[in-house]
Design a protein around this ligand. Sequence first.
Ligand SMILES: [Zn+2]
Length: 248
Amino acid sequence: MILGIDIGGTNTDVVLLKNGNFEVFGSFKTKDFDLNKIDLEYDAVGIGIATWFKKGKIVKAPNLDRIPNIETKKPKVVDNDANCFAYYSAKVTGKKNVLSLTVGTGIGTGIVVDGKIYHGDGLAGELGHSYVGGRRKCKCGGYGHLECYFGGWAIKNIKEKIKNSSIYETRGFRLFCIAVSNAIMLLNPEIVTFGGRIGGRLKEDVISEEISKLIPDLFKPEFKVIKDDYAVAKGSAMLAKDLIFDIR
Ligand SMILES: [Zn+2]
């Protein structure tokens, strides 16, 4: 059995991968989570966490007040949460070249190239912290980043705005679409997926239409909103399974 854990800005979700099937174990507040307190027998653990990585080490956590204890004696794979979401997206859609955006407390980006997560020098895929203009202060310490205009901490009452569709009229949504269109031109993904507690509730047809207006027709990928709050946790478990047990 493999544990899959999604450590987000606010919540930490835990799933179990058993004989190819997922079970939800539970959700915790990230500030209270401790892997040692999970009273389960498991063979390995995959962890997706909303932090920046360099050379496999966590170097910054713009949206986490505290990094929970994730020490364990079991084999462990730890990666950026959006990377785990992108991996999950690739697995469930059967696509090998994937761009993924998670919108929750912050904005995460994951890139899968030829079926593998693309890390660059470690930090690849941080569209949320790319400059889009202005002087709003970002949680990472920078200014004018996409995350300052779109996402959970930047837009007041964002859940209501999604429900009544006024989110699509915001400057933040416009900036989000522009940033994603730029990433599409850079990567030419087969599919772009959206997830997270906010991103997973956006309308696929509106996103698809708005982003498609910004790119040449030939570059148009598929767009898919993944409505599964456990996608990061599941992707983390799948990544652990593939990296730890399926090495040939
Ligand atoms: Zn930033």
